[in-house]
Design a protein around this ligand. Sequence first.
Ligand code: SAM
Length: 205
Amino acid sequence: MVRDQIESRGISDPRVLEAMRAVPRHRFLADDARASAYDDTPLPIGSHQTISQPYIVAYMTAALELQGREKVLEIGTGSGYQTSVLACLSRAVYSVERIPELANRARENLRELEIDNAEVIVGDGSVGLPDKAPFDAILVTAGTPILPDPLLEQLAPSGRLIAPVGGRGVQELELCTRIPSGIERRRMISVVFVPLIGKYGWEKE
Ligand code: SAM
């Protein structure tokens, strides 16, 4: 998976590649989906949600340029797979999921893999997590019509945020960096994510 789907598409950060090798994607899937765990595709995880395509997980993670000391906020825990990759590369991860059943399963997945620097919180992640802010990096794993202001406000100086922004059908990954004069925004690649449902996202599924 790492060689054929990730390195071959230009992701070269050795720490990201190592984390993608280390986290067993099949452990985040139900038994009947495990045979497809290393396929080049998103897969269903229940509650009409998906575990993201491995390449996109690696791409978004690489864009954050994590060095190991960061406090990271993830919006949209899903299965906890992306959370685990982030936990391998940073000091602490706070991950917010709106669907309690998914949050509970993700907590179990993290516990079974003995990942102890990631915490899953149930709530509307479109408002961020003000109690724990600021964050050195923020990763949003659901598509949003606009970049939620609270997330930009919770970004530490020099912090980086990546999020899928656009319509319900297709979005573009936007990479934002907090610079002294404000926020620098850069458009990356087109992607398809499930919707971010919440105060600063879409109103309903
Ligand atoms: N990265 C995840 C993984 O590795 O399994 C997949 C995330 S899935 C594509 C997007 C997740 O965002 C879903 O689990 C969905 O319930 C969640 N979500 C949508 N809106 C949300 C919100 N406002 N706050 C928190 N989570 C939200």
